[in-house]
Design a protein. Structure first.
Length: 242
């Protein structure tokens, strides 16, 4: 069965170009990072990319404008990964209205606890934009089940106790915890953080419904040719189709 390919890119001046390449290579959902000055969940690669985007003058307004302008050209769904400070400054209701106009499927807010995300969902209930939950490996089983029951869109499961892009082993209980979440969830359960290559994808997708690949894709877009990147993206898509 084909699993979800969810690549992450930084919202920058090449965002639409990158989204089109990923869409053509079979990305199911593209995660667009909104650059922020204090990205607590991000590792060095994404932090550096975000810093460069801020220097370029990229703002949430720019991202919304570009997505709204080009949404019919992108075949994949797309979500925003942003911190709550940006939503708060924009205005919660206005932010979700802008998401809807721009064709945004969902929003990932790594610094917003589950309970506050539920309140935000109630306040913005007129919007069809999903609030995608994150579940860490340190979360208790009881809380995992609670989050999974309320989840919409998909569940983003963090593979390790670290920031994005960290080298290291995946959590030893990752697969058992993924199974636990999947028994309760009514939406796809995907895994992200530290996934870089085809072998990682094959291993994790035995259990998960898909993978999120972030730092590796940001690094490749920054350093490799379009042809090399397409070859890599196609290899990930092929691994997820098996």
């Amino acid at each position: 069965m084909s699993k979800l390919f969810i690549p992450y890119i930084m919202g920058n001046s090449k965002m639409i170009e990158h989204m089109k390449v990923l869409s053509q290579c079979g990305a199911d959902i593209i995660e667009v990072g909104v650059p922020f000055s204090d990205p607590v969940a991000d590792g060095p690669t994404i932090m550096e990319a975000g810093g460069k985007a801020i220097e370029e003058g990229i703002t949430i307004e720019y991202i919304f404008d570009q997505l709204e302008l080009h949404q019919l050209e992108i075949k994949s769904q797309y979500v925003l990964m942003t911190y709550y400070n940006i939503i708060c400054n924009y205005g919660e209701k206005a932010f979700f209205e802008a998401c809807q106009r721009a064709g945004v499927y969902g929003v990932i807010i790594p610094d917003l606890p589950f309970e506050l995300a539920q309140k935000l969902k109630q306040q913005t209930h007129e919007s069809n934009v999903k609030i995608i939950p994150l579940i860490a490996m340190t979360t208790t089983e009881e809380r995992m089940k609670l989050i999974a029951e309320k989840a919409e869109g998909f569940i983003y499961t963090v593979t390790m106790n670290a920031t994005t892009g960290k080298n290291g082993e995946f959590h030893p209980e990752l697969k058992s915890k993924l199974n636990l979440i999947k028994r309760t969830a009514q939406v796809p359960v995907v895994a992200g953080f530290g996934i870089r290559n085809v072998q990682h994808v094959k291993d994790i997708s035995q259990i998960a419904d898909g993978v999120v690949i972030g730092s590796e894709i940001v690094r490749r877009f920054d350093n490799d040719s379009t042809e090399e990147n397409i070859k890599y993206f196609n290899s990930i898509r092929h691994a997820l189709n098996q």
